[in-house]
Design a protein around this ligand. Structure first.
Ligand SMILES: Nc1ncnc2c1ncn2[C@@H]1O[C@H](COP(=O)(O)OP(=O)(O)OP(=O)(O)O)[C@@H](O)[C@H]1O
Ligand SMILES: [Mg+2]
Length: 253
């Protein structure tokens, strides 16, 4: 298990793909073992709303808004990495984040998780987002680990297979699959994570989270960002997904 402090950014410019769901579930899992900070960078404040519902008898998560004075957004990356105030810091990013704002978030972390839903619009938008992310160059420069989590998956649907193919094409580390279940909707209302719900209801979900957590805790996967970067920069046109599930550069579908 990795004992080093870890800073995880949950991000995708695409709205509604599950950033807050992944961030809050990770925070509630890690809070059982580690000092845990959840940073809400979204002006909508969904993570902080979730945290405000959380009962006091549950493992403590410290919450901070991106704009809070204590958050210190202007300290250097080196300072942040050498002065971990919490063993786990999880940052919930807003939808639509790009450019300088994205680069600033990336500069604060060692790990990035990108939730993506298996839908044509989500896959295309995520491809564009990943290209922006990698063009910045900091991912490689700082050795940041990047993993994709497929969220709201309905197993064996055609579009799910398209998503898998898409990720394989890009050589992206595919670090977990979360099924579509009301368990997440129920949990979010009460400031809970999937691991806080009665285990009789969540066996399948807890099993799915193991893969994501294992990837986060261990350095077993060799990053392949070189090939991703080459692949993405080589493409002039954005990727799109046709109704038949084929992936192509826009204009050639
Ligand atoms: N695996 C899942 N199964 C069922 N519902 C889910 C799942 N993941 C997320 N949801 C629901 O989908 C909606 C959007 O999820 P969430 O708020 O986590 O997305 P987001 O990426 O943070 O959105 P935004 O871009 O607005 O910040 C929420 O109502 C959430 O409860
Ligand atoms: Mg959100």
């Amino acid at each position: 298990m990795q004992d080093k402090a870890q800073r995880i950014l949950v991000v995708n410019a695409k709205g509604g793909c599950g950033k807050t769901t992944v961030a809050t579930n990770l925070a509630s899992y890690f809070a059982r073992q580690y000092s845990t900070l959840l940073v809400d960078q979204d002006p909508q404040g969904s993570s902080m709303r979730w945290l405000s519902q959380r009962m006091d008898n549950l493992p403590k998560i410290v919450g901070m808004k991106g704009g809070d004075a204590g958050y210190r957004p202007n300290v250097t990356r080196a300072w942040l990495m050498q002065n971990p105030l919490y063993q786990k810091t999880i940052i919930d990013a807003p939808a639509g984040v790009a450019g300088h704002a994205l680069a600033k978030l990336v500069a604060q972390v060692d790990t990035i998780l990108i939730p993506v839903q298996p839908s044509p619009i989500d896959i295309s938008a995520t491809a564009d987002f990943i290209r922006d992310l990698l063009l910045d160059g900091k991912i490689r420069q700082h050795g940041i680990r990047l993993g994709i989590v497929a969220n709201r998956v309905k197993a064996n649907t055609r579009i799910y297979h398209t998503l898998r193919r898409f990720l394989k094409t890009l050589g992206l580390p595919f670090v977990g699959i979360l099924r579509d279940t009301q368990n997440y909707v129920r949990a979010v209302d009460e400031g809970l994570g999937i691991h806080d719900l009665p285990s009789s209801q969540t066996e399948a979900d807890v099993e799915q989270w193991k893969t994501v957590i294992n990837w986060l805790q261990n350095k077993f996967e060799v990053q392949k960002t070189t090939s991703i970067r080459e692949h993405i920069t080589a493409r002039a046109a954005p990727l799109s997904v046709a109704s038949n599930g084929n992936i192509a550069a826009s204009g050639s579908v």
